[in-house]
Write a protein that binds this ligand. Structure first.
Ligand SMILES: [Zn+2]
Length: 292
């Protein structure tokens, strides 16, 4: 185990197995960038440290998740081999990075982005939902069929800001690729609520699966930007606060109970928001003041 003296006091970083020093440095950089960024968010102090595991042994991570959550080994292995970093919903686990992912190389931009992205998920979804303190919270959270564009869009918006800072580019430049993709894709935001693989059988998808997944992140980031322009960036996390307060009743109300948390958090219904988003698309996604 390694406890870097410079790490924030509420983050623990543990290393298992043989992990390359340059990979460790990449993760530490991601943590520090995230720590700087989260000061701009309205996230309450974490009562229990966020534990980050970095493990060179993929089998050990797969087994851990299988035992803990019963996730299927084959699916997990495929996911991990592709991404080499993931959040296990209670602790944050990092598989050793691919060879060649050296800090400073072009591909390390993706590395930092991925690390920052999952740290944002960890802080928002899991920190705010109290999962580190309450083992039952994860069980409740698993049952909420929340829109993927909302959680992925927020994480993408925030990780892009962190990466832009690191690369010394402006936010305007960083958001250009979301805008061009979203204009061309023309997929309604509501169609990115569910991962194509999780659609009930019999549903015929109107769009290419890959396009839907890309839209989840990029249309989602523009949607998060639009929401932030209404409530301020620091209040984007309101949704998770509402979700935590409403979690048990939400389960009883059924799959779309998250819409109530959305309305309380942002002062408009999801339907109103979808309409607003499409108007915003028609206007060419002018950059919004997100109240940083
Ligand atoms: Zn994500």
């Amino acid at each position: 185990m390694l406890q870097d003296a410079n790490l924030p006091s509420d983050i623990q970083f543990r290393i298992l197995g043989e992990v390359d020093r340059s990979e460790v440095e990449l993760v530490l950089l991601g943590i520090h960038l995230f720590d700087e960024f989260r000061k701009s968010l309205d996230v309450p102090e974490r009562p229990v440290p966020l534990v980050i595991h970095m493990d060179s042994d993929l089998d050990r991570i797969v087994l851990h998740n299988q035992r803990r959550y019963g996730w299927p080994i084959d699916t997990m292995r495929k996911y991990w081999e592709d991404r080499w970093i993931a959040n296990d919903k209670n602790e944050f686990m990092i598989h050793a990075l691919e060879p060649g992912e050296q800090p400073g190389s072009r591909s390390s931009e993706r590395g930092i982005g991925s690390i920052a992205h999952d740290l944002v998920h960890a802080a928002l979804q899991h920190g705010l939902l109290g999962i580190s303190t309450d083992p039952k919270a994860f069980e409740r959270y698993k049952g909420i069929d929340e829109p993927r564009w909302l959680s992925e869009g927020m994480a993408t918006l925030m990780h892009t800001m962190i990466v832009a800072e690191e690369r010394g580019i402006t936010y305007s430049d960083a958001r250009i690729h979301w805008v061009s993709f979203t204009k061309d894709a023309d997929i309604p935001l509501r169609d990115a609520e569910i991962h194509p693989a999780n659609q009930p059988s019999g549903v015929i998808l109107r769009y290419d699966r890959r396009q839907i997944i890309d839209c989840t992140y990029r249309c989602g980031a523009l949607a998060a930007e639009l929401l932030a322009s209404h409530v301020g960036l620091s209040k984007l996390s309101n949704y998770w606060m509402e979700l935590e307060t409403r979690m048990v009743p939400l389960r009883v109300q059924g799959d779309r109970g998250w819409t109530e948390a959305f309305e309380r958090a942002y002062g408009m219904t999801v339907e109103e928001f979808y309409e607003l988003f499409e108007e915003h698309r028609a206007a060419g996604f002018p950059e919004m003041d997100i109240g940083q």
